[in-house]
Design a binder for this molecule. Structure first.
Ligand code: BEZ
Length: 211
């Protein structure tokens, strides 16, 4: 099943390293990142899961839960967690879904048969408080993800959900933002008391409103 931005993230039940879950119930009304990795006991995945465990506080600070997935079984995830702790200095401190029957992988289109028949690709889904998919990214197995970028997009998603702005190229939290094109200048003046610079009628820049 292809998942597009704005779709309701499919709900599912699954076994995880932190017990059985029903995805929507586990996620609650906050944000969540669901990410798949190709296979247990593989090098790139080992570094990714150690890194996500190290920066978990950054997701917590944003009210965002994280949950990993591979098609390997629970016992394998548990054994591999010990390797991750040994080599990365920290064990996964978030649930990892065991999906040996590929139920969740199928629901989220995580297996791309022309890349591999058996392994999930590196997908990332960010799901918002309304259970809708806000971001999808797919990486090949050979490329580890940049989780700074995922945090950066979550910052943008959370900001633009609350304020009538968009974020420009390479934006980082605290940088100036773009006034939503749909706003008239008068509306923009009322909404952004710090004012805005009008470079073009369609390109108006204002300080980040929640700073
Ligand atoms: C890895 O995580 O290192 C990996 C997994 C599958 C294919 C290639 C690399």
């Amino acid at each position: 099943m292809t998942i597009r931005l704005g779709d309701i993230a499919p709900d599912f039940t699954a076994e995880t390293t932190e017990g059985p879950i029903r995805f929507h119930e586990w996620k609650g009304t906050g944000w969540a990142v669901l990410f798949s990795h190709p296979k247990d006991f593989t090098p790139v995945c080992t570094t990714e899961l150690g890194h996500v465990a190290r920066i978990k506080g950054e997701f917590d600070r944003r009210g965002c839960k994280v949950i990993g997935l591979s098609v390997d079984p629970l016992g394998s995830h548990r054994e591999w967690s010990r390797d991750i702790a040994e080599t990365q200095g920290i064990a996964p401190n978030f649930p990892m879904i065991a999906d040996p029957d590929r139920k969740v992988a199928g629901l989220y289109d995580m297996i791309h048969p022309n890349a591999s028949d058996t392994m999930t690709v590196r997908t990332v889904f960010v799901v918002g408080p309304d259970q809708k998919v806000k971001l999808t990214i797919t990486y090949p197995a050979s490329t580890g993800r940049n989780f700074d970028e995922i945090l950066r997009v979550i910052d943008s998603l959370q900001l633009t959900a609350k304020h009538a702005v968009a974020t420009p190229v390479n934006w980082r939290d605290g940088d100036d933002v773009i006034v939503a094109p749909a706003l008239s200048d008068d509306d923009a003046k009322a909404r952004f008391p710090k004012g805005f610079r009008k470079l073009k009628p369609y390109l108006r820049v204002t300080p980040q409103p929640n700073r």
